[in-house]
Ligand binder design. Structure first.
Ligand code: ATP
Length: 312
């Protein structure tokens, strides 16, 4: 697969904080989703790849050159997490102004159509809602007809219709043979768009593969049972589990060995009614991979005693 961008042993520090720690990664065409908890280093990675920051150590190469070079910048598009659009300009003026900086831009109409910007095309950026601004920001990234697009949480804060439209626009860019690297906390977004998942934890690449690879490698299953009220939680104490959640009368047991878990439920005579066993989805897989990293992660823990605490 053709490599269109790469990080080689890239480290980025901010004072004493090591945001990225000797990371090596290649980016190919298609959509790559970079996932991980808050503070994992995802935005830093995008900023380095798009030339907004320089690495402390290692090498960043984009489209065969240095992302700091104007010639490379003209071939990439970026939607940072916070986009500063010129507040006094209208959306139309903004797109026209940006288009003038690129050798082969898309027409304004193409971008307006793809992202459905017509409704507020002649409004000033300063008067747009947060979601409208997000859509204009993607338009600003697309107008230069980039070969490689970097999107930092492109759909956060969007309503379902706007999100669907952006997903369609991103899929269209990718189907046209371009590369897209995006960060997101929305697992549905990663599942919907990405052919490749890169998981960042503690400034390092913790997993890199297809959606299925990542989920299968984690090897976690969910055993979801319905337990009648009044069941003593103590009956669960020998059940193999990585993590347990109690939701009303449903108990969700995350386990690496679903057969052993179901056997234990039966042997312990847990009076469950319904039972559902399935491989976990991306969200739970990422939670397991990044356990203990970042500042908003619920750690995977030996949850058997926890269950007793939670339901008692
Ligand atoms: N300009 C900065 N100055 C100092 N520290 C920074 C700066 N930018 C990021 N950091 C730190 O670097 C680490 C990685 O931050 P980064 O924004 O790359 O994470 P992230 O994965 O994008 O997080 P989130 O999901 O919350 O957006 C964090 O510990 C963060 O506090």
């Amino acid at each position: 697969m053709e490599v269109i961008a790469r990080l080689e042993h890239v480290t980025k520090t901010y004072g004493k904080v090591v945001a990225l720690d000797a990371v090596s990664l290649t980016v190919s065409r298609g959509v790559t989703a970079v996932l991980g908890p808050n503070g994992a280093g995802k935005s830093t990675m995008i900023e380095l790849l798009s030339g907004l920051r320089r690495p402390t150590g290692g090498r960043v190469e984009v489209l065969g050159g240095d992302p700091g070079d104007l010639a490379v910048k003209a071939r990439i598009g970026i939607t940072p997490q916070r986009t500063a659009l010129p507040w006094r300009l209208t959306v139309a003026e903004t797109l026209d102004l940006l288009a003038a900086h690129y050798p082969k831009p898309l027409t304004r109409d193409e971008v307006v159509q793809r992202l459905d910007l017509g409704e507020f095309l002649h409004k000033r950026n300063g008067t747009l809602s947060g979601g409208q601004r997000r859509r204009v920001a993607l338009g600003a990234a697309l107008i230069g007809n980039p070969e490689l697009l970097f999107l930092d949480e492109p759909t956060s804060g969007l309503d379902a219709d706007s999100r669907d439209r952006l997903w369609a626009a991103i899929a269209e860019v990718s189907a046209g043979g371009r590369g897209v690297l995006l960060t997101t906390h929305d697992m549905a977004e990663a599942e919907h768009l990405a052919g490749r998942i890169v998981v960042i934890a503690g400034g390092k690449v913790a997993r890199d593969g297809s959606l299925d690879d990542v989920i299968v490698e984690v090897g976690l299953h969910l055993v979801d049972i319905e337990v009648p009220d009044g069941t003593s939680p103590l009956t669960f104490t020998t059940i193999p589990a990585e993590r347990v959640e109690q939701l009303g009368n449903r108990t969700r047991i995350y386990t690496a060995d679903p057969d052993a878990t179901v056997r234990a439920l039966v042997l312990d005579r847990v009076p469950f009614r319904g039972i559902r066993v399935e491989r976990v989805g991306l969200e739970e897989a990422i939670r397991a991979i990044t356990a203990g990293d970042g500042d908003s992660v619920i750690p995977v823990s030996p949850a058997v005693p926890q269950l007793a605490e939670r339901v008692s």
